[in-house]
Design a binder for this molecule. Structure first.
Ligand code: CO8
Length: 376
């Protein structure tokens, strides 16, 4: 039986207005560290406590390629007495923060696809952290947009969007829906330890959205991208981990401990994940009967510019330009699952009918997802 060709017909992006440069971030962090060291001067002098080291904007840019990040609340993050965002709770009658971000990205994706709520049969919210256990954020987004059908949340950390695209693709192929909305509202700032210089520069907030449809549906927008294949891979690793969860209160000794926010062994992740990613992309292309020479674009996960250069070089067998493997992390930092979708959203307009590209994410799990697309 011929499998129905699924297409991406629209994408959307919500970028929070507030932005923090490396320099602003380092100034706030250093002031926090200075005060900490003064407060604990005796213990530090006695050798029972380690003094906090200062951060450095040049190090951040060189090690990661990140220059700034967009966040929901700049003031709280830059307050040396706080160093985390202030995001007021909302009543149950108000649209929740995460659903609001998702809706903003979704509205753009739906407009680009030329569809209204009645054309869509389901919503997937795929991201690293849900702001609550239930009801699913996706169902709230579904209601806010007036979409019928079904909605559910899923989480595969940084790879949530590509995993979401595969789930959506399979659902559309099976005929369980005509069109689906897949959204990635990432509030990374709320589960990042801004007081840890090893990671305080890494993440930003954003939301992305993708509308997908089965090929039997008419294309109502300006463009469409055929999904030629999706591939997912997971391999367990503790090198990126966050132990926050509902069991925390059952052992008071761990409440508020460092491991209840994002932690990683960055060097190990870099070393172990890069070859896995380049191998997956190369094998995926080969299994689809495609060669790297045909690739016009690599929309890679946005965690580290050096990582992306290495992966792109291994896949293509040569140095790869910024145009071929666009970077958005310089402005956005790592936005977890949204990164590769931001790159796809912002850097595809110049491609022509018949051009190929790969959307690829990778991160905690470990998890890797690749989606090979062709412009129709
Ligand atoms: N300023 C100055 N010095 C610093 C700073 C800083 N801000 N940070 C670290 N240093 C120091 C270190 O202490 C170390 O000093 P020493 O040599 O004396 O011990 C030195 O600089 C070198 O540090 P690193 O070895 O850590 O530096 P790297 O060159 O490895 O760069 C990176 C660190 C940038 C983190 C890099 O390792 C990296 O990007 N690795 C890949 C990570 C990656 O891809 N992770 C994916 C995670 S994302 C994901 O999966 C989603 C999770 C869910 C979302 C969570 C949202 C919060």
């Amino acid at each position: 039986m011929q499998q129905e060709e699924v297409r991406i017909v629209g994408t959307g992006l919500f970028t929070p207005e507030e932005q923090i440069s490396n320099e602003e971030l380092v100034t706030a962090f250093d002031e926090y560290a200075r005060r900490y060291n003064v407060r604990h001067a005796d213990a530090i002098a006695a050798g029972t406590l380690r003094a906090m080291g200062m951060s450095n904007a040049e190090f951040i840019e060189k090690a990661s390629g990140i220059r700034s990040r967009h966040v929901l609340d700049k003031k709280g993050i830059l307050d040396p007495d706080r160093l985390y965002p202030h995001i007021p709770e909302r009543s149950n009658d108000e649209l929740s923060v995460q659903a609001e971000m998702a809706v903003k990205a979704a509205v753009e994706a739906m407009a680009q696809a030329g569809v209204c709520a009645g054309d869509i049969d389901g919503v997937i919210v795929a991201c690293s952290n849900m702001q609550r256990a239930y009801p699913a954020v996706a169902i709230e987004v579904q209601q806010a947009l007036g979409i019928q059908g079904f909605a559910f949340d899923m989480n595969v950390a940084c790879s949530s969007a590509t995993f979401g695209i595969q789930v959506a693709t399979d659902t559309l192929r099976s005929g369980s829906a005509r069109r689906l909305l897949m959204v990635n509202p990432e509030i990374c700032s709320a589960h990042l330890e801004w007081r840890d210089r090893d990671c305080h520069f890494i993440f930003g907030d954003v939301a992305t959205a993708v509308v997908l449809q089965g090929a039997s549906q008419p294309v109502l927008g300006q463009e469409s991208w055929a999904i030629l294949g999706t591939r997912l891979q997971t391999r367990f690793s503790n090198n990126i981990r966050n132990n926050f969860g509902f069991l925390n209160r059952c052992d008071e000794t761990g409440v508020g401990a460092r491991d209840k926010l994002f932690m990683q062994e960055g060097r190990k992740v870099f070393k172990e994940v890069c070859p896995m990613v380049s191998d997956q992309i190369s094998q995926h292309l080969s299994d689809l009967g495609r060669s790297p020479e045909e690739l016009r674009r690599l929309w890679l996960h946005q965690a580290n510019s050096n990582m992306n250069e290495l992966i792109a070089r291994k896949v293509m067998g040569r140095d790869v330009s910024r145009e071929e493997a666009p970077l958005i992390l310089d402005e956005y930092a790592n936005t977890s699952s949204a990164g590769s979708i931001i790159a796809f959203h912002k850097h595809r307009a110049d491609l022509h009918k018949g051009d190929y590209g790969v959307i690829c994410s990778f991160g905690a799990g470990y998890s890797i997802g690749s989606v090979v697309v062709r412009k129709c």
